[in-house]
Structures are given as C-alpha cells and as structure tokens.
Ligand binder design. Sequence first.
Ligand code: NAP
Length: 500
Amino acid sequence: MSNALVTEKKLSNFINGEWVSAQQDHFAPVVNPANGEKLIDVPLSSQEDVNQAVEAAKKAQKEWALVPAPQRAEVLYRVGYIMKERKEHLSQILTMENGKVIEEARGEVQEGIDMAFYMAGEGRRLFGHTTPAELKDKFAMSQRAPVGVVGIITPWNFPIAIATWKSFPAIVAGNAVIWKPATETPMMAYEMAKIFVEAGLPNGVVNVVFGSGSEVGDAMVEHSDIRVISFTGSNETGRTIAGKCGQLLKKVSLEMGGKNAVIVMDDANLDLAVQGIIWSAYGTSGQRCTACSRVIVHESVKEQLEERLLAEIDHLTIGDGLDEQNKVGPIINEAGLRKIEKYVQIGQEEGARLLAGGNALNEGDLNKGYYFAPTLFTDVKPDMRIAKEEIFGPVLSIIPVKDLDEAIEVNNDVAFGLSSSIFTQDINKVFKAQRDLDTGIVYVNAGTTGAEIHLPFGGTKGTGNGHRDSGQAALDVFTEWKAVYVDFSGKLQRAQIDVE
Ligand code: NAP
C-alpha cells in the first residue's frame, strides 16, 4: 500500500448505518492510476445486497420524511463542516483513487462542501406555491413531497462532487438513498459514509452498495421500491438505464457525455483564451464531461492561437497528481489509454494534422501508471469523428471557421449539448452566442468548465434527458409535486361546476 491514508484492506457495504460484508465473497482491486499500486479491495455485491439496502432505506425513509426539513438540513450543515475540516484528507484520497492532480481534487471536494451548505439552506425553503382557489372558502397550494427511496449511480471522474449533487438534495427533501459508486473509485463513498455517521444522519437514510454496474446498478434500476434513478455516466449506459426505467415507468435523471467547444473570435484576448483552453482541455487529463475537446477558431487568428497553445502545452508537467508541481495526471486505466490511442489513429487517418502529443507516456516513473501526452490536432473538419465523438482524454481539435454564424453552427452540429464557451470582446456577439449555442451551460471569456453549484448543471440533446443536477432544479428529480385543496365552506363545492 502506497500511502498511510489508506488503512483498510477491504471495503464493506454501508447498510442501515453498519458496515456489512457483501453476500458473495468477490472483490475487485482498486488501483492508483498514477503508479499502478493497489489501494484496497472493493466488494462486488449482488442483487441480495441491494435488496437488503432497500429494506433498510424503506424503513428509514418513513421516519426521515417526518423530520422537519430544517432539522434534516442541520445534518447537512454538519456534513459540510466535517468535509471542510477533512478537506485535505479527502482530496489526497481522491487523487490517489482517481488520479486528478491535487489542486483539482481540492476543488472537487470544495464543490461537495458548497453543495452541503447550499442544500442545507433548502431545508428552510423547499418552496411550493399558494394560489387563489376558484371557489369561495377554499384554499389551494402545492408542495414538494419526497419520492421515497432513490438510487444514485455515479461515475469515477468526479467521485465525490457528483455524489453530493445527487445525495444532498435527496436527503434534504426527505428521501432515503441507495448509492452505487463506480468500481474504480469507491473510497470517496467510504469516506462520505463515515461523515454521514459522524454528522448524525439516522441509520438507513444513506446506504452504499459497492459493485459493478451490470449487477448492482442493474439491480437498483430493476428494483420496484427504488422510485428514482439519478445516473451520471456514459451515453451507452444511460440509454440502457433509460430504456429499462421507461418500461418500469420509473423516474430517471441522466447526465451523460459531452463534446464541448471553445469558440475564439478574431477580436478575442488570445492570452486569456489560451489559458481557458489549456485548463479546459487538459485539466483532469481531459476526463471531464465538460472538457473542451474542440476549439472553433476564426481563421484569421488560427495560426497565432496554435503557436500560443503549443508553447503552453510544452510547459505542462505530467505525473503523479500528489506532486504539487504536476499539472496533468494519469488516465483512469489501461482501457481509457487504449481508447485515446485509437482516436488519435482515427484522427490521423481522417486527415487531421497532429501538432503535439498523440502518444502514451512511458518514460521513467510514468511507465508504472497510465499517462497520455497532451495532444493537439489542427485542420480538423467538423464532420470528422474526432470532432464528433467523446474521446475522454487530453485530445484537442482545432476547427477553423469564417465567422460567428459558422462557429455556432459547428458548435451545435454534434450529438451532445453540455457546455460551450466564447472568447470575444464584442457584446453583440456575446448575446447572440449565449442565445444560440445549444448547450445547457454557456461561458463567456472562460473555458468550458467551472460550474457553480447553485445553478442547474446538465445538457441538451444526447447529454441528458431534460433533468438537471445542482441548483434548485436538482430538487425536481427528488420530489413529487403534491397539490392540496382545503375546502372550509362546510358544503360540497364542485370545481368548474359550482362557479356561479
Ligand atoms: P459508465 O461506464 O457509464 O459508468 C457510470 C456508472 O454507471 C458507474 O457507476 C458504472 O458502474 C455504472 N453502470 C455501468 N453499467 C451499468 C448498468 N448496466 N446499469 C446500471 N449502472 C451501470 O461511465 P464512466 O466511464 O464511469 O464515466 C464517464 C462518462 O460519464 C463520460 O461519458 C462523461 O462525459 C460522463 N459524465 C457526465 C457528467 C454530466 O454531468 N453530464 C459528469 C461526469 C461524467 P461500474 O463502472 O462500477 O461498473
């Protein structure tokens, strides 16, 4: 074991406030992608473990829903404070299991802390509406009601932030949660379960079941007592889950892939644009759903932009994310590395011009982990596969265009719609772009990444199915609207009939 921060050898499921061994004795190793060392073993649970967690959650939820929301919120405040105290510890473990550099890990943990305080505030809001009734001596209102037991399925690339986007609104709204983290990154779930206990969350309100998507995730999707599935991950998995939930008439919220672009106009501050692009394209080694993988540049500044990007790429230090000097960490695993290599080959075969990178890195200590050189293609055509498909690695494509209209058209002509950005000094272009870019998130004079937790997070088209994580919109996933009519006239008043 590489680091004293990891003291356990095997993880257990967290069910009804207790650490419980999975029914079958199967485990998978969790590997630090920076150096290939095994960190811990994670159980590969089964349907029986999911059933056990759901039984505990059902019982706990009945009580939890009756706790006044401001008191439910107090638990989240305590969760936020504990996370704050433990920020460095959580960040280091996050870097070890996921690979992202420590500065970014601290940012991700901070996002969870922010979400705790934001959603705790919702405990004193959770607003519904009162509205005039159409009959005399009658009162009408709507209120948010918890859904019941909810299932959250999270990916490896933001193992703590995404879990907080989903579990915190679910908790404050009075639901109980079954959480299946990605098998590659289970340790954040283990750490969060400990924090929930310390914060005084009643047993059974949050349950963690470790295991594969095909077994544990699928059992959650199929379970009739799990009323909502909130999923973040790939498009392929999301479609499978959506199909099953559709058949079962189960509410499902999907946050999936992206093919995000930065538009650079001829009047842009190029130094600023370069900083935004480098951060968005190569941060988290390009393994963000909001990663910039296309630069749509006005042809008159294309060469200048390329030169400046190449100079910056040269300065990117690559290696273990625990070393503060490193700016780019590893790829999550061997399969991820091979997928990126395949796309580089596809790009070259399609006729794109490789300006930088394009290869896995094996020199010195890098050969112990999974590293890929920051890669830059130019003269990319909008219809090439590298300009259309999510690569999920540090691969950036430059696409030249003639004007803003063409830039917007190219931006929108992909199957995804998560995040977009424009660099320009022209206020008219700013407003036109924010109106016409078909993405759930638009940035002006900033890269494609950097969402704040009090605004809705999610995308259009193949990125999602119309729901949003984060912000107040997240409450819509985890609550049902209930309309309440109170007639205090003492007689039967029939709506729409006794209106004279
Ligand atoms: P993934 O392979 O789809 O896995 C996501 C989660 O789903 C994991 O916990 C996985 O479990 C589980 N899963 C797999 N098959 C399942 C099934 N049949 N039923 C139920 N659950 C199943 O995605 P990933 O590779 O981890 O994540 C990368 C993707 O997430 C990228 O496409 C990225 O763009 C997207 N993402 C989107 C957002 C957003 O908000 N839009 C944010 C972050 C990431 P196991 O892996 O443990 O088997």
